[in-house]
Design a protein around this ligand. Structure first.
Ligand code: ATP
Length: 706
């Protein structure tokens, strides 16, 4: 049979291929689970009911309103007791003693004494009171009756009716009777309603003061609500529960008067600030050491509470952020907003950001070396660059920049800085080292200048300086470029500038990452006047970044949150206003991104006449002074000879660092590009140099050994 023939008869033959048959087994239905005993089911139902949200809300409401009455009774009783006895004075006296404030204690004792004397006098007066009362009543009654009879006589005479003599007296009697009737009518309901009115009064007092346990209070009024406003009682409770035994017992001793330890709670930026005078026996660093616990007791995150030590003895200053406020960005930099902004190296202050109180944080850069540290990617470059961009708006400031990451963060300084090195290799470190050594030569030249000479500011800026310290390369004399030995070139150059550069305006700014003793040697970190740190990993790093004094005074960059607190710096410097008694200040910087930075740099370039940026420092021999002079003059039609010398030093400190005007003149003499006077000052002309180079190239090389 072919495949396309369909048989009309049912095939009754059993199938021959048994292998394809799947044997089926009858699986019985699983036995239904045995019903749970009634008591278990009832238990479940009761549990469900008891834990239902509606039940708990209702139970909480009932408990709350009942407890308001209890709390209200307690408050009213206490008020009455305080009003009638010297308990209040005694409490305040104990609080002042516990806080160690003996002056206030003396004051309260005096008041207590006065109160007792007055009370004694009142009690003595009470002994003679009944006699005086009876006398007074007799005199008053007789006088009153006499007056009414006199009135009656006048009435009787007027009406010619003798019965009118007693009319006023009878009217009084009638009035008294009426009053008795009224009291009789009102008394019943008054007696019935009175207790309820009293209860309502107590409930109202309790409700007003939220006098119920925390769990019974409605959401929003509970003390543990994140973001709840900071009240004296919250601060005192948080301090009491810090786990410092003497503090706890002193606060217990003070009772309600514990708030006497607190100064006024002031609004301070996006938070509040309060000074706490600690009781004797409790030291400020005990409280500082428990920052996290204090923050949690205040229903804040650790980074939202700052503990500093103000001037007053035994006092800590707490700054407590509004919940979440620190996560809000601050506005753009004035550098971005105001295109006409100008800077002054000497008298100005860089608008860097805001402090925690929300006040502008402005930093003076005048004669200060700087060190900015932080973990990677927290905003270090942006923070240093923001300062450099501001300072670039003072046209007298010269920048020499080495960016040892080389990702283009400083590219906008091309045409603004006289030297710009960008890259992470050993060659770049060698160039950066020579750039810093060029700064040393310039500094030494300035140090030998006649007294009174004014020096334009020179900022030697090295970003990612840890790369330089860790560089293993050695020079021909086997001196290492990195490292921290007396022969280490970068280290020694940095130290020299730190030691002597300030007075002649040669300043070193360094940005470094994740500090260790190796990548940021102690002597170098301590040479900086302005030290600032972004988030760091450990307290020991914080000590490296800011110094022991700042960290002991409460500076805690290691408690900033990496990733979340980008751009937030803890700054220790005398160039920024730091509240009296504090050793550091926390600054949230304005972020200036690369595009905005480029715009600001363009504005700074427009203020200067064509700076030629040297990108690679030539360390090879022989040198070509004429070509080098032409290259440093660049596009400017003419350049002051002193600027030519400066730029030559920046170009090649080894070759030109020691040059004076005489050397420059010697090289240019006879080339046709000799220095000449323009507006009374010696300059070198661009066109003359170009002609001299052309003549030389056509007439044979004049390369000179120096
Ligand atoms: N002030 C700031 N506010 C908010 N965010 C910022 C701020 N400064 C920097 N950032 C963010 O942090 C990122 C890293 O910034 P930046 O490159 O300056 O960090 P860095 O610490 O120098 O990094 P690296 O470790 O790579 O050198 C930026 O791209 C920006 O998104």
């Amino acid at each position: 049979m072919t495949d396309n023939v369909v048989p009309l008869r049912k095939n009754t033959d059993p199938p021959t291929d048994t292998a394809t048959v799947t044997p089926l087994t009858v699986v019985p239905d699983p036995a239904p689970p045995a019903p749970l005993p009634l008591w278990v089911r009832s238990g479940h139902a009761v549990k469900r009911l008891a834990t239902d949200e509606r039940t708990t809300t209702m139970a909480r409401a009932v408990a709350r309103h009942s407890l308001y009455v209890v709390g209200g009774t307690r408050i009213v009783t206490r008020r009455a007791w305080d009003g009638r006895t010297g308990a209040r004075y005694e409490r305040m006296l104990r609080a002042a003693e516990a806080a160690g404030n003996y002056e206030a204690a003396g004051d309260w004792e005096e008041r207590l004494h006065r109160f007792r004397a007055d009370r004694h006098k009142r009690r003595m007066d009470l002994l003679t009171a009944p006699e005086r009362l009876v006398k007074g009543a007799a005199v008053g009654t007789a006088g009153g009756i006499g007056l009414l009879i006199a009135l009656g006589i006048a009435l009787a005479v007027a009406n010619e009716d003798v019965t009118d003599v007693v009319t006023p007296l009878m009217a009084l009697v009638e009035l008294i009777r009426l009053l008795v009737v009224i009291v009789q009518v009102v008394w019943g309901p008054l007696v019935a309603l009175g207790p309820w009115l009293a209860l309502a009064g107590l409930w109202a007092v309790g409700r007003h003061r939220n006098a119920a346990p925390n769990w019974a209070l409605p959401a929003g009024k509970r003390a543990d609500d994140a973001g709840a406003p900071i009240t004296p009682s919250i601060v005192v409770t948080a301090l009491r529960d810090l786990g410092i035994a003497p503090l706890r017992s002193a606060i217990k001793e003070m009772g309600d008067a514990g708030a006497a330890m607190l100064g006024p709670i002031r609004i301070a930026g996006c938070g509040v600030e309060v000074d706490v005078t600690l009781p004797s026996g409790v030291s400020t660093d005990q409280v500082q050491g428990r920052r996290r616990k204090l923050a949690e007791n205040l229903n804040r995150h650790e980074h939202e509470v700052f503990i500093t030590i103000p001037q007053a003895a035994r006092t800590v200053r707490l700054w407590i952020a509004d919940s979440g406020a620190l996560d809000e960005p601050i506005g753009p930099s004035p550098l971005v907003l105001d295109p006409d902004l100008r800077a002054s190296y000497k008298t100005g202050r860089a608008p860097w950001g805001q402090d925690l109180r929300g006040d502008a944080a402005v930093l003076s850069l005048y004669q200060r070396h700087m060190l900015v540290t932080g973990l990677s990617n927290q905003g270090k470059t942006a923070a240093v660059r923001a300062l450099a961009l501001w300072l670039a708006l003072d046209r007298t400031v010269e920048f020499r920049v080495a960016d040892l990451k080389g990702a283009g963060d400083w590219a906008m300084f091309d045409g603004l800085a006289t030297v710009l090195i960008q890259g992470p290799t050993d060659d770049h470190v060698i160039q950066a080292t020579e750039m810093v050594e060029g700064g040393v030569s310039e500094m030494e030249r300035r140090l030998t200048a006649p007294p009174g000479t004014a020096f334009p500011p020179l900022i030697i800026l090295v970003d990612e300086a840890q790369v330089a310290f860790m560089c293993p390369a050695v020079d021909d004399e086997k001196r290492q470029y990195g490292g921290s030995k007396a022969t280490s070139r970068y280290f020694m150059a940095a130290r020299k500038i730190h030691n002597q550069g300030r007075a002649v305006n040669v300043l070193l700014w360094q940005g470094t990452q994740d500090p260790t003793d190796q990548n940021l040697p102690k002597l170098v970190r301590e040479g900086a006047h302005t030290r600032a740190s972004l988030a760091l990993g450990t307290e020991s790093q914080a000590r490296m970044a800011l110094g022991d004094k700042a960290v002991d005074g409460g500076a805690a960059p290691h408690l900033l949150r990496p990733g979340l607190d980008k751009g937030t710096l803890v700054v220790a410097s005398d160039g920024i206003d730091i509240p009296a008694g504090q050793a550091s200040i926390t600054v949230r910087t304005h972020y200036i991104d690369t595009d905005q930075a480029t715009e600001i740099a363009d504005r700074a370039k427009a203020l200067r006449d064509g700076v030629t940026t040297v990108h690679v420092i030539d360390t090879g021999e022989p040198i070509d002074p004429l070509a080098d002079v032409a290259s440093v003059v660049g596009d400017a039609p003419r350049l002051l000879t002193q600027d030519v010398l400066k730029r030559l030093t920046a170009l090649n400190a080894d070759a030109y660092g020691g040059w004076s005007f005489v050397d420059l003149k010697r090289v240019l003499d006879g080339t046709g590009a000799e220095p000449y006077k323009s507006d009374g000052r010696m300059v070198v002309g661009r066109d003359r140099l170009a002609r001299a180079l052309t003549n030389r190239d056509t007439g044979g090389s004049t390369s000179a050994e120096v």
